[in-house]
Design a protein around this ligand. Sequence first.
Ligand SMILES: Cc1ncc(COP(=O)(O)O)c(C=O)c1O
Length: 365
Amino acid sequence: MSAEKRVSEYALPHVKRLHAYTPGFQPTGEGWVKINTNENPYSPSPMVEEAIKGAMGDDLRLYPDPLSWGVREEVAQLHELDAKNVIVGNGSDDVLNLLVRAFSTEKESVGFTVPSYSLYPVLCCIQNSSTVEIPFDRSMELPLEAIVKNRSRILFFTSPNAPTGVGFSNESLRALLGTFDGIVVVDEAYADFAQENAVELLGEFSNLVITRTLSKSYALAGLRVGYGLASPEVIEALDRVRDSYNVNRLSQAGAIAALKDQNYMKAIAGKVVRTRDFYYSEFTDLGWFTYQSEANMLFTEPVNGAGESGPAVTVELFEYLKDRKILVRYFPGHTLTESFLRISVGDEDQMLKLSETIEQWLKNA
Ligand SMILES: Cc1ncc(COP(=O)(O)O)c(C=O)c1O
């Protein structure tokens, strides 16, 4: 056995079994239409660059504020809460990780619906926590009975969901929160593109945690800032298991500036929503079944020029687009996803290029 192999044997069994999260492809080089990772096609608020420049310089010698207190206060003001109801993370992924770390073990499982954000099982595997998968059916309606029956300590529920974009009303979330015996995390990464959000439910349910991100509606995926909203007891538990300096100085400065510029965020999110709704109609007019989306993505089932659909047709279109430098996302290996493409809503030029390329593909079939 080589020395290298022996060293890897020291890894814990669950780490050896772990399949790391597969992020969407990040191409290098010019000319790509990158609509595969639900980023925002527009630039972030100019205030962000100004704030980051202001935070550069000698102060970078110093550690950042461990609590990201300025960001907590800004978030609290935005949602009419107290800063004690807020935790800030290195992206919302960080907050999701803290939730798994604080509330689950091998015996106390994490429940989540499938299909949904594929990071949840990975985070659980990293902590060696057990998992319970609650399947959606093709209707993508809330599987309330199955959720309530499962005995998890903590449940992750994405609303609007990814990859479908389907949103869930507060009425249905109330039913879930009132009956689920454990922590309910509503992952609202896409809430700024939706009609409704669950913030008003925080006052009614102390077991509710909401996670948000600046990666999508604020166009700041590269800054890595997200946050969680919850009762002070839950926030205290999460702070106990948090890395001390989990959000760097530049990110804290940029996040505060972005959160203050709500008009800018609403303007770019509004543009995304209008483009989304236009292309939802385009796809459905082609006869492609497409979920009604409340997020910045469309989940659509392509039909080729011969009227055929299914995984082979979808893969063919995925490759056809990729060969023409258009990147969308494909999730194989699950009956509810393998005939669909997830298309992040791009700007008008990107979407036009997509739609023209789809037309060519349809003619060529
Ligand atoms: C449902 C969901 N939650 C969280 C995230 C991650 O957000 P962040 O960039 O803040 O870590 C994503 C990213 O795609 C997502 O789809």
